[in-house]
Design a binder for this molecule. Structure first.
Ligand code: SF4
Length: 280
C-alpha cells in the first residue's frame, strides 16, 4: 500500500514559535504558568509539563512568576489582571492571531458592526471578541438568521476555520445585510493544509489525520477529506491505528494538524507500514 503524505506537515510557524518560547522560558526559570495547554497535542504538553511548565485554569490561580501566553492569545482583561497582579507576561501569541485583532479593531473604528466567525468557546475567538466589545459571534450559516439588523457589518474569522464554510457564511451575510466587509483572516498555514486535504482526498481512499482531539484545524481537515471522498480517521497517535482500516486499500493519505510535531507523524507512518506489512 502506498502512503501519500501532505506537503505541509508538523508544527505551523505560530506553534513552532510558541513551543520554542515556552522551552526557552522553562529552561531559564521555574515559575512559568500557562492558562490551558500550550498546544493541542497531549505528547507535547506532557513533555513541557515534565520540564516544569505549570498549567492553571485562570489567571486568578497564578500568584507570582511569569504568565505564558500561548499562540491562541488571551482576552484583553486577562492581560490587565496579570499586570495588576505584577505577573511578568511572556507573550507568544501567534502574529496571525494578532493580525485578526487588528483587523477587527480597524473595522470597528470604521463604523462596522463586527461579526466574528468561529467557535465562541475557543480561546482564540474569546481573545478576538475581547478586542471588539459588543461584537457578534456566529459559528454556522444557520446562526445568521438570529442576528439583529444592522446597516453595515464587518467580518473576521477564526484563523483555523474551514475556508468553504466561511465562503458560505459571507455569501449568506451578503443576502441579509446591505454592506458586508469581510476580511479572510484564516491563516496561511490553515489555507495550505486545507488545500492539501482537498488535493489528497481526490487521490487516496483513506486519509489519516494526526492531531489533538481538541484541535479545531485538525478536525476541519478530517471533515474536509471525508466530505471530498476519502474515508478519514482523526487520531492523536500511532496506538489508535487499526490494521482493518487499510484492508484492500491501495493508497492512503497522511497529514497532520498545525500543532502536531513532525516526529509524531513519522511514528504514525512507521506504524501504518508495520500494520500493512511494508518495510519500515
Ligand atoms: S494555525 Fe495559524 S494562527 Fe494558529 S498558531 Fe498556527 S499559524 Fe498561527
Amino acid at each position: 500500500m502506498e502512503i501519500r503524505k501532505a506537503k505541509v506537515q508538523g508544527f505551523c510557524f505560530g506553534v513552532a514559535i510558541t513551543v520554542k518560547k515556552a522551552e526557552e522560558a522553562i529552561g531559564s526559570r521555574s515559575d512559568v504558568t500557562t492558562l490551558g495547554h500550550v498546544v493541542h497535542n497531549p505528547q507535547m504538553v506532557e513533555s513541557l509539563e515534565q520540564r516544569g511548565l505549570r498549567n492553571a485554569g485562570s489567571v486568578d490561580e497564578v500568584e507570582s512568576g511569569a504568565l505564558f501566553v500561548r499562540a491562541h492569545g488571551l482576552p484583553v482583561e486577562v492581560f490587565e489582571k496579570a499586570a495588576e497582579k505584577g505577573l511578568e507576561v511572556i507573550d507568544a501569541t501567534c502574529p496571525m492571531v494578532t493580525k485578526i485583532h487588528v483587523q477587527a479593531e480597524r473595522l470597528k473604528d470604521d463604523g462596522y458592526k463586527i461579526i466574528v466567525v468561529g467557535d465562541p468557546k475557543h480561546p482564540e475567538v474569546k481573545g478576538t471578541l475581547s478586542h471588539v466589545p459588543g461584537a457578534w459571534c456566529i459559528e454556522t450559516v444557520e446562526d445568521i438568521e438570529k442576528l439583529p439588523r444592522s446597516s453595515k457589518v464587518g467580518v473576521v474569522v477564526q484563523s483555523t476555520y474551514s475556508r468553504e464554510r466561511f465562503t458560505d457564511i459571507v455569501k449568506a451575510l451578503s443576502e441579509k445585510y446591505y454592506e458586508v466587509r469581510a476580511v479572510n483572516t484564516i491563516c496561511t498555514d490553515t489555507n495550505n493544509r486545507q488545500t492539501e486535504a482537498l488535493r489528497l482526498a481526490g487521490e487516496v481512499e483513506v486519509m489519516v489525520v494526526v492531531g489533538g482531539k481538541t484541535s479545531a484545524n485538525t478536525k476541519h481537515l478530517a471533515e474536509l477529506a471525508e466530505t471530498h471522498g476519502a474515508r478519514s480517521y482523526h487520531i492523536e497517535g500511532p496506538d489508535e491505528l487499526r490494521a482493518e482500516w487499510f484492508d484492500g486499500i491501495a493508497v492512503t493519505g497522511l497529514m497532520s494538524g498545525a500543532s502536531t510535531p513532525g516526529w509524531l507523524v513519522d511514528q504514525v507512518e512507521t506504524r501504518i507500514k508495520e500494520l500493512t506489512r511494508q518495510p519500515v
